[in-house]
Design a protein around this ligand. Structure first.
Ligand code: UDX
Length: 444
């Protein structure tokens, strides 16, 4: 199959590269010429483990190339995927579809100018229900409906494990009732059939909604266990055991029940918000999702209070004014440099507001973090970050923070206080090391 991927952001680049690794001929297109130059030179504009190896392998075998010339890329294409961004629109939280529609317009003009008998246009970007209809209407202004079909094919990959998620998905969802388009999509995903990956064919609107419903459900699961964690703290129970106890019920399932400082990232915050907007527009409010959004926002802020409470309790009173707090981990989760809606972006400004000085270290996200959190000191490793600090807070559970030498940590800190917002240490161990230790939903 000849596949074109428009947009070399996170979803577009990972999907394009993985399709080429399936054996298809893939051209990735982006308007940003600097990005294309970088990719051509072997650079990778995002941090995703394993992506660099796949890019160079498939470029060498000539199955993968990059260009900013869409019309050249579209010659003889069987399918054109739209993988551009759909950020939250400033002010109202609706998904901003201007990039999707601009790409559609260009694709339409190229189909019209070509003699391709049939082109499948696929929206891979997360788009609100009904966007496919709009995309179809735009193309139909230029092209006869018999010459194209618009398909929804949402992506479920997680940053940090995107390649595995793409190649070993739980399912593939394809939204179209056009038989010719279904055949093209089946051919594109054929390599997954050997793993017996279920492929769900459905209508376009249903497919668009599946993506939002999936993300909203996962965000709900996380928020539910986060609230259980607070309750555990109040009643002296252990949230990890609660999660295991309920997760073993197959109807609930054990995944996404890890309590923490609140979800962040490029999808959950944006997609839950966009879903509430769509639901309100159709007079069918999703009150649970709205409650999840509110609880999650509040939670991030509550984490700052938890840190301050732990520090003042250690000292038997006072506040954090003039205290130095070392932060380990800034990205919204490990194995990414992504700072979008990271809990650190709420927690740190609140600590600064309360008069604390912040030193921070993150293995990958410091470059992204600097413009967002300008008033903090950035250090180049975990231990130097702790030097002279009055407390340390783990916000992101990077592997390299999981086995810190606690004797060394204690010696570097001016007070032995550790706030572990990801539960990566055990309360008993920390107690044995003589720390004032606070965590999420486990008795200390
Ligand atoms: C998510 C979805 O998982 C993916 O299917 C979709 O395509 C995009 O959005 P991603 O945002 O990359 O992927 O990360 P994910 O691993 O799902 O984590 C999202 C957030 O939830 C992170 O902030 C993470 O720390 C938090 N989380 C996740 C928890 O707090 N607890 C959990 O048990 C799981």
């Amino acid at each position: 199959m000849r596949v074109v991927m428009v947009g070399t952001g996170y979803v577009g680049l990972v999907s394009g590269v993985c399709f080429s690794d399936f054996g298809h001929d893939v051209v990735c297109v982006d308007k940003d010429e600097k990005k294309i130059e970088m990719l051509d030179a072997g650079g990778i504009p995002i941090f995703e483990p394993g992506l660099d190896v796949l890019v160079s392998k498939n470029v060498k075998s000539k199955r993968l190339s990059f260009t900013s010339d869409l019309s050249e890329a579209m010659k003889n294409a069987d399918a054109v995927f739209i993988g551009v961004g759909t950020p939250s629109r400033r002010g109202d939280g609706y998904a901003d579809l201007s990039y999707v529609y601009a790409a559609t317009e260009e694709i339409a003009q190229n189909i019209a100018a070509s003699d391709a008998p049939f082109t499948v246009v696929v929206t891979k970007s997360t788009v609100p229900v009904g966007t496919g209809d709009e995309v179809e209407a735009i193309i139909a202004k230029h092209v006869d409906p018999s010459r194209f079909a618009v398909v929804s094919n949402p992506e479920f990959l997680r940053e940090g494990s995107a390649i595995t998620d793409f190649k070993r998905p739980d399912r593939v969802v394809v939204g179209t009732e056009n038989e010719k388009a279904r055949a093209v999509m089946r051919a594109i995903y054929r390599p997954l059939f050997i793993n017996e990956t279920p492929i769900l064919f459905t209508t376009r609107r249903t497919s668009e909604l599946i993506k939002y419903a999936g993300n909203a459900f996962l965000a709900t699961k996380i928020t539910f266990i986060n609230e259980m964690a607070d309750l555990c703290e109040a009643v002296g129970a252990n949230v990890q055991e609660v999660a295991r106890g309920i997760g073993l019920d197959k109807r609930i399932g054990s995944k996404f029940l890890h309590a923490g400082p609140g979800y962040g990232g490029s999808c959950f915050p944006k997609d839950t918000l966009a879903l509430t907007r769509t639901a309100n527009e159709h007079n069918s409010p999703v009150t649970i999702v709205q409650a999840v959004i509110d609880a999650n926002n509040q939670r991030k802020s509550n984490m700052a209070d938890k840190i301050m409470r732990t520090i003042t309790a250690h000292h038997g009173g006072g506040d954090v004014s003039g205290k130095t707090i070392a932060i380990l981990g800034l990205a919204f989760k490990p194995n990414t440099d992504d700072m979008r809606d990271a809990p650190s972006l709420t927690i740190i400004p609140r600590l600064i507001e309360a008069g604390a000085k912040i030193r921070a270290y993150d293995p990958e996200s410091m470059k992204e973090a600097k413009p967002l959190l300008p008033d903090i000191e950035y250090l180049d490793n975990a231990y130097t970050c702790l030097e002279g600090a009055d407390a340390v807070v783990i916000i992101t559970e990077w592997d390299e923070f999981r086995a810190l030498n606690m004797t060394r940590v204690k010696a570097l800190l001016s007070a032995p206080i550790l706030v572990d917002l990801r539960n990566i240490y055990r309360p008993e161990t920390m107690k044995a090391h003589g720390f004032t230790y606070s965590n999420i939903g486990r008795p200390v």
